[in-house]
Design a protein around this ligand. Structure first.
Ligand code: 5GP
Length: 360
């Protein structure tokens, strides 16, 4: 729908390597034919999520998966993409393509997040990884791409507390040396691995040095203890928060904590439905928080892996929950206040007001 494409939008939850489009994957595959990777291994198309038999067509290695751990499939997909993206040239291309694609979809402000990766075989270091993403952001700016981009350095919980602390130091260095392009820290990675308590010192340090915190929280059931701990920090935004509220096994005390700090939620409808933590679009927790008037921002998570874009996510939310174009306008406008770039907020509000008459 043209309205949603033209609607100016803010994207706050986008993992770089999960956002790689089909056309970029094709370019990467052509660079590395020896890997024998097909597109079916880097994306989860609609229909694939329903039965294991279906997914097994494209994912022969996942034959033995049980339904309970089908969302683990998403993490297998990232392994494949990481094989394809392992040099500085790859990172530069991927980041520039992703930024241009978000801009073409009407995103005016983008916060990208990515886990710095060291690749022994190609000599890529974590520092060069971040520098290359920053270079991509600068090049897009110089080329006049109509989008403001900021970067969150991601901590993958699978790598443990020590790496988390190193990552915070790296993020702090870049926050200072990039003049504010690096604005925060993300905690992500397989939610079933490790415990949030191990990351408290690193997260606290990040917060103390001025990095904003966006934490994946209650993404899977039975994480109430961990969420309680992490919410006490408190984070500046919450990724997913699927199982926070009492109706799905969370608790009122968790909801109260989120409400007390007015912590915005980053909500990714298609990601949660395809990842099967939410049974259908209409069951998505967007409704719970939206009805309460709580700051809720619609995001894509991994637009490449889940074959979506932000316009489509806005349109899906509108059609699923019967919201008007005006409601969706307000939603995208309010998202500006949830960004980690206070210096840009006034300018973005201005942009929204200029674009409004062309929409209605
Ligand atoms: P990258 O950090 O390499 O740019 O993007 C891929 C990584 O983002 C994955 O390896 C994973 O750590 C993280 N990620 C992407 N999507 C999700 C998600 O839905 N949930 C969690 N917890 N982590 C994710």
């Amino acid at each position: 729908d043209l309205f949603y494409r033209q609607l100016p939008k803010v994207e706050l939850h986008a993992h770089l390597n999960g956002s790689v489009s089909f056309s970029t994957i094709e370019k990467l595959v052509a660079r590395k034919p020896h890997l024998n990777i097909e597109h079916g291994m880097t994306a989860i198309r609609s229909g694939q999520r329903r039965t294991l038999d279906e997914s097994a067509v494209d994912y022969p290695e996942f034959h033995t998966l049980t339904t309970e751990c089908i969302s683990q499939m998403c993490f297998q997909v990232f392994k494949v993409i990481h094989q394809l993206v392992d040099t500085e040239e790859d990172i530069l291309m991927v980041a520039k393509d992703v930024i241009r694609e978000f801009a073409a979809d009407g995103v005016k402000y983008l916060e990208l997040r990515s886990t710095p990766r060291k690749e022994k075989t190609t000599g890529m270091t974590k520092r060069r990884y971040v520098e290359t993403v920053i270079e991509a952001i600068r090049q897009c700016k110089n080329e006049g791409v109509d989008i403001e981009v900021r970067f969150l350095v991601a901590v993958d919980r699978r790598n443990g507390a020590e790496v988390a602390m190193e990552t915070v130091k790296l993020a702090e260095d870049f926050m200072l040396s990039t003049g504010g392009l690096v604005v925060g820290l993300d905690l992500s990675g397989d939610p079933t691995v490790g415990h949030g308590r191990d990351f408290l010192p690193a997260l606290q340090k990040a917060k103390n040095c001025g990095l904003k915190l966006s934490l994946h929280l209650s993404e899977v059931p039975s994480q109430a203890d961990e969420s309680e701990l992490l919410l006490n920090i408190p984070p500046d935004r919450i990724g997913h928060g699927t199982f926070l509220h009492p109706e799905v096994g969370g608790s009122q005390s968790l909801v109260d904590k989120v409400r007390k700090h007015n912590t915005p939620l980053e909500l990714c409808l298609t990601s949660n439905v395809k990842g099967q933590t939410v049974s259908s679009y209409s069951q998505h927790h967007f409704l719970y928080w939206y009805q309460m008037g709580h700051p809720s921002v619609i995001c894509t998570d991994d637009k490449g892996v889940f074959c979506t874009d932000l316009s489509q996510e806005y349109q899906l939310a509108a059609s699923t929950f019967n919201l008007s174009q005006e409601d969706m306008w307000t939603l995208s406008h309010k998202a500006i206040d949830c960004t980690f770039a206070p210096d840009l907020q006034q300018q973005l509000h201005q942009k929204w007001l200029e674009l409004q008459p062309t929409l209605f």
